[in-house]
Design a protein around this ligand. Structure first.
Ligand code: AP5
Length: 223
């Protein structure tokens, strides 16, 4: 199963990607996580992209395309993958299609989580994440059992640098400038599946599963 998750910052892509990859036993590949890890480790790539992440700007296509390409050819991706937060531009979508064609593979669906801006701002400013295992929390809707501590491994939770109110608004502005053509690209290819993300996480998850099963059946008929 090969999937991409699209949608605005804070729509719940990371939360839902974890549930779906657990359910289907495929790896979750998040360009945001890979870029943040590079910044954290202080690698040459991290130094190159830090300022973009801090300001909520998109990193150049050639960098993200290379990251994704290097990852998708690894053995763990042979049975499928879920790309979280990639592609974000038509250039990235075309590069991904080129890679799929070369390998004789097909995308099952481009799942787009849809949510209004004012809800997004509330979700992101109250998000906390575990720096060790990546578990995602929300101070109101999904608080940890102990204040500020990850349920899974006891690490101290942190707020992402780019979840400050001003950066969230910059990320949203860039999303609205850029997402239309990517949405159009997957709409034309027939892969686009829109999901209402303004529901409790379990309901969003159910809606995604239903959409994926429908897409699988459609793809089976088309073969
Ligand atoms: P990235 O890490 O991809 O961030 P994003 O797309 O902005 O998305 P987020 O991770 O902020 O949100 P999410 O949709 O995963 O929501 P979550 O599940 O956490 O990218 C970061 C940066 O990296 C970019 O700005 C850019 O600089 C760079 N970058 C990355 N990819 C790139 C690319 N392809 N090209 C160029 N640059 C790239 O949920 C949010 C909160 O809501 C949590 O607190 C959660 O608990 C809560 N929540 C989730 N679902 C629900 C629900 N149903 N109800 C109530 N609360 C919920």
């Amino acid at each position: 199963m090969r999937l991409v998750f699209l949608g605005p910052p804070g729509a719940g892509k990371g939360t839902q990607a974890r549930l779906i990859t657990d359910e289907y036993g495929i790896p979750k590949i998040s360009t945001g996580d890979m870029l943040r890890a590079a910044v954290e480790e202080g690698t040459p790539l991290g130094r190159q992209v830090k300022d973009f992440l801090d300001r909520g700007m998109l990193v150049a296509d050639d960098i993200t395309n290379r990251l994704v390409q290097d990852r998708l050819v690894q053995a763990e991706c042979a049975r499928g993958w879920l790309l979280d937060g990639f592609p974000r531009t038509v250039g990235q979508a075309e590069a991904l299609d080129g890679l799929l064609r070369e390998r004789g593979e097909r995308l099952l669906a481009a799942v787009e989580l849809r949510l209004d801006d004012e809800i997004i701002v509330r979700r992101l400013t109250e998000r906390r994440v575990c720096p060790q295992c990546g578990e995602i929390y929300h101070l109101t809707s999904r608080p940890p059992r102990r204040d500020g501590v990850c349920n899974q491994d006891g690490a101290a939770l942190v707020q992402r640098e780019d979840d400050r109110d001003d950066v969230v608004r910059a990320r949203l502005r860039i999303y609205h400038e850029r997402h239309g053509p990517v949405e159009g690209y997957y709409n034309r290819s027939g892969a686009l599946v829109g999901i209402d993300a303004n529901q409790p996480p379990e309901q969003v998850h159910r809606a995604i599963i239903d959409a994926l099963e429908a897409a699988r059946q459609q793809q089976a008929y088309a073969i």
